[in-house]
Design a protein around this ligand. Structure first.
Ligand code: ADP
Ligand code: MG
Length: 399
């Protein structure tokens, strides 16, 4: 796990050109970023390299231009927002290789920052084309990957460059890898995993991997309905993948053999219509769901039992909300269990790592995002890591 180099391993880099892969794919509205979290994450690495006197060339993508120049997807659109976050001027460079880049390097002083254009304008990026990676690498003295969130892709800028230049993990990457290692790679037992969200089908590989890794597998959200149905529970109109009955049963069997306890709710929150505070909302035992009702959250008794489970654990990894948390009051279980996990973390009895787009939103909604040990904002990369896969961009840093 510690077999990759970090910025601590850099020698004197004054005047050297650093190619730094960052995630600046900021969500935008009316020409400015609505959330600068990704730029903030990149800041410590960039500032550290600037202070060491490197010439920092940022390599990033923006949107999905599919290998063509797209006037609306230039990284120049995020330049202003990133400058504001960094508190520093950035020179925009409208290419990723060739004479324009060489010229820019000539103009940059030590400690200055350049921002290359959208690396996905070139088909060689997503194809991980060796010639394309060579052309970019030719400009750099060393490579830093600080973009865990795109490291599940074997692209030229995430994987190819790491094989062509001395490669280092940036500070955000380093923190992410350490946190993930503490949660699943090398965790302190007992370990609990919460897996929720809408569908089993999107997280089959996650569940398959986790049952062999954790002591407790807590299943909530829409996917709990599929597991309940597989056990013969009538889930009424609930979101449920009935075609996955065999799969769900196989996962529960595998868990049994591995000594992993699968926790399904025994009470649930149901309603006849999916709307805010519907009058038909009620709490019932899972065996009492009527045929015109749907399960939209796990129940308060289940939450209490799960809180007791977490109290016996030293490590928690969480992906997926326990209910349809965007609609009140179906956020209650997620909020309550998140607060328990946060309190246990603050008390020092639990290492808690969470990730996933909606999970991050749910933890923010519960007001505990900063109270977990680590919250990953990397959606796809986090899930692939939860599936037990080695991410190509991370693997390339180790070699
Ligand atoms: P993440 O983005 O964190 O990986 P998912 O995308 O898998 O999470 O799932 C989040 C979605 O699951 C949310 O939109 C939430 O409303 C939905 N969901 C959770 N529980 C239920 C349920 N019982 N019925 C319908 N949708 C649910
Ligand atoms: Mg999601």
């Amino acid at each position: 796990m510690t077999s990759f180099k970090t910025l601590d391993d850099l020698g004197d880099v004054a005047g050297k050109v650093a190619l730094v892969r960052v995630d600046l794919n900021l969500p935008m509205q009316d020409g400015s970023a609505t959330d600068v979290t990704r730029a903030e994450a990149a800041k410590p690495t960039v500032m550290e390299l600037c202070e060491k006197g490197a010439k920092v060339l940022l390599v990033a993508h923006f949107g999905r231009p599919n290998g063509q120049r797209h006037s609306t997807m230039s990284t120049s659109f995020v330049q202003g927002d990133v400058e504001e976050v960094f508190g520093s001027e950035i020179m925009f460079v409208p290419e990723v290789s060739g004479p324009v880049v060489e010229q820019a390097i000539g103009i940059l002083r030590n400690g200055d920052i350049g921002l290359l254009d959208n690396v996905r304008f070139w088909p060689g990026e997503e194809a991980n084309d060796p010639a394309f990676a060579d052309a970019i690498a030719a400009h750099g003295d060393f490579y830093v990957n600080d973009a865990f969130s795109v490291s599940h892709r074997a692209h030229a800028s995430t994987e190819g460059l790491a094989h062509r230049l001395p490669a280092y993990a940036g500070r955000a990457m380093e923190a992410e890898l350490k946190a993930l290692d503490a949660a699943l790679g090398n965790p302190e037992p007992p370990v609990a995993a919460v897996v929720g969200g809408a569908k089993v089908s999107t997280k089959l590989d996650v569940l398959q991997h986790l049952v062999g890794q954790v002591r407790h597998l807590i299943i909530g959200g829409g996917m709990a309905n599929t597991f309940l149905a597989a056990r013969g529970v009538d889930v009424g109109k609930s979101l449920c993948e009935h075609d996955l009955t065999d799969t769900a049963n196989a996962i529960m069997d595998k868990a049994d053999h591995a000594g992993c306890t699968v926790h399904l709710p025994y009470d649930v929150v149901v309603a006849k219509e999916f709307a805010p505070d519907p009058p038909s909302r009620r709490v019932c035992n899972v065996h009492e769901v009527a045929e015109d009702e749907m399960i939209l959250d796990i129940g308060p008794q289940a939450v209490e039992a799960l809180a007791d489970v977490l109290k016996t654990c030293r490590t928690l990894v969480w992906n997926g909300p326990l209910g349809a948390f965007e609609t009140s009051p179906f956020d209650e279980a997620t909020v309550a269990l998140a607060r328990t996990a946060a309190a246990l973390t603050q008390d020092g009895s639990l290492t808690s790592v969470a990730g996933g787009g909606d999970t991050v939103a749910a933890l923010a909604h519960a007001g505990v995002k900063d109270d977990f040990t680590f919250v990953s904002t990397a959606g796809g990369a986090f899930l692939e890591w939860m599936e037990g896969r080695e991410l190509p961009g991370v693997a390339a840093l180790r070699s």
